[in-house]
Design a binder for this molecule. Structure first.
Ligand code: ARG
Length: 486
């Protein structure tokens, strides 16, 4: 046995892949295309071109596609129903063997399609060869990839929905917690913490919309396009599409097997998700530092240092931020693989799978782990209170107070700027400056100025749509909850 692929074999693959795939078995493996050649394919060339260790991840989709194809072949009398039954029974057995991690794989079988066909032949004999009537590996691999992507899109959507559930809970828990908001990473204005969480919820909601929109384009069947020109056999492409749960079929067989734009869109959607997560990670990393101290990580999600015993690090957030770079790399790899290819199929396209699989796995795992990380953060309310009170971030309130007294905004800004400088020079926080002093900067100041100079009033006074006021954030919450119920 060379290595194992399947549910139970997954960890085995990761650990021993290279080692085991590098070994040779004594058995002679048959390639699907060798009959026109008089010499066997060079071993090193085969080792270089084999994709078994990567595309074995598609065994379920490959078997699912073959079962649909064979069902259609027998319905259209292209093969007998007896043969179809034998093939389907054999394929189902092979799937179980894969699930149990019992299928030995040899890189010399070239790809997962060959592995399964050879295995089928071992089980049911020459009739196995009928599985490929009216089909090519080109439409076969395009079908497998679409089925795979559909599954990954569903998993990603679920992961993002779970993340949004956590954000909704956090937002509800912190409807009246006030935090400092930043621009340019400088203290800017007080905001509700719920407003902050809802901002990410909006981003992840768009991420869900993006992958769901892509799902429509993914869910079209390329099966029946054959090599690229179609087949002279009466293959019923609509029937295989329906059996596989596709909504539609291709319109052009060349396009069906040669484009990989949906993979690029998927990697792009994953990159955007990772970018959102990476920014969120950055906030979390900063906020858990001694300097900010807005959040604390529960021990289950904090890491220590091997030398500095006091350290409590946010490694999980750092890893999510780091993995973002890898997913961007996957996107660039896919774009670059495709950019110079003449129509139609080219073997370069086999290189689409490592970046596709990596982008899907990394994005799904990152969303799931970040969701858990978020649940393991504790807000330091006392610290938030002490940093927001008396802070210069209330300065915009003074400017808007003056505008309310009919002072042109430019003048209001200038007057407030001077007050800020006075506050810094005298070491007097803005709410502690006397009315007499306020009036030295503008006669319009009255004692009601102090009503605006608390973080609570700053937040409460916001009136514009989508703002940080409690009513506005409540509306944002209700809107998202309403969407969830639909
Ligand atoms: N491993 C190949 C790929 O992923 C399968 C299709 C092979 N087709 C061919 N004409 N050699 O692209």
């Amino acid at each position: 046995m060379l290595f194992i692929c399947g549910q139970q074999g997954k960890s085995v693959i990761n650990a021993f892949n290279e080692f085991r795939m590098g070994q040779k078995s004594d058995e002679k493996k048959e390639l699907l295309w060798q009959s026109r050649f008089s010499e066997p394919f060079d071993e090193d060339a085969l080792r270089f071109s084999s994709s078994v260790e990567v595309d074995c991840a598609l065994y379920k989709e490959d078997i699912q596609g073959s079962i649909a194809h064979v069902t259609m072949l027998s319905e259209e009398n292209i093969i007998s129903s007896d043969d179809a039954e034998k093939i389907i029974a054999g394929l189902k057995e092979i799937e179980k063997e894969f699930d149990a991690g019992q299928v030995p794989l040899d890189w010399r079988e070239e790809d997962i399609h060959t592995v399964i066909e050879n295995r089928l032949k071992e089980k049911i004999g020459a009739v196995a060869g009928k599985v490929h009537s009216g089909r090519s590996r080109n439409d076969q691999v395009a079908t497998d990839t679409r089925l795979y992507m559909r599954r990954q899109i569903d998993a990603l959507t679920l992961a993002l929905e779970n993340m949004n559930d956590t954000l909704l809970k956090k937002a509800e828990e912190h409807v009246d917690t006030i935090i400092l908001g930043y621009t340019h990473l400088q203290r800017a204005q007080p905001i509700l913490l719920s407003h902050y969480y809802m901002a990410y919820l909006e981003m992840f909601s768009r991420d869900i919309e993006r992958v769901q929109d892509l799902r429509k384009r993914v869910n079209r069947s390329p099966l029946g396009a054959a090599a690229f020109a179609g087949s002279s056999l009466p293959v019923n492409t609509r029937r295989t599409a329906a059996l596989l749960g596709f909504d539609d079929i291709f319109s052009n067989s060349i396009d069906a097997i040669s484009d990989r734009d949906i993979l690029i869109e998927f990697a792009s959607a994953c990159s955007i998700i990772m970018m959102h997560l990476s920014r969120f990670s950055e906030d979390l990393i900063l906020w858990t530092t001694e300097e900010f101290k807005f959040l604390e990580l529960k021990d289950a999600f904090a890491t220590g240092s091997s030398i500095m015993p006091q350290k409590k690090n946010a490694d999980i957030a750092e890893l999510v931020r780091g993995k973002t770079g890898r997913v961007y790399g996957d996107l660039i790899a896919l774009l670059t693989i495709m950019k110079g290819l003449p129509l139609s199929y080219n073997r370069d396209m086999q290189e689409d799978k490592p970046p596709l699989f990596d982008a899907a796995k990394t994005a799904i795992e990152s969303v799931n782990i970040f969701n858990k990380l978020l649940q393991n953060t504790v807000v330091n309310k006392a610290r938030l209170k002490s940093v927001t009170e008396n802070d210069l971030s209330l300065a915009t309130e003074i400017a808007e107070y003056l505008v309310g007294k009919d002072v042109p905004f430019r003048d209001a800004h200038r007057i407030t700027g001077k007050l800020v400088s006075f506050s810094l020079q005298t070491g007097t926080p803005l709410p502690k400056i006397s009315l007499e002093d306020y009036q030295k900067f503008s006669p319009v100041f009255e004692s009601d100025i102090y009503d605006s100079l608390t973080p609570e009033s700053s937040v409460r006074r916001k009136k514009s749509a989508g703002s940080t006021s409690p009513e506005s954030v409540q509306m944002q919450l209700e809107r998202q909850k309403g969407k969830k119920q639909k």
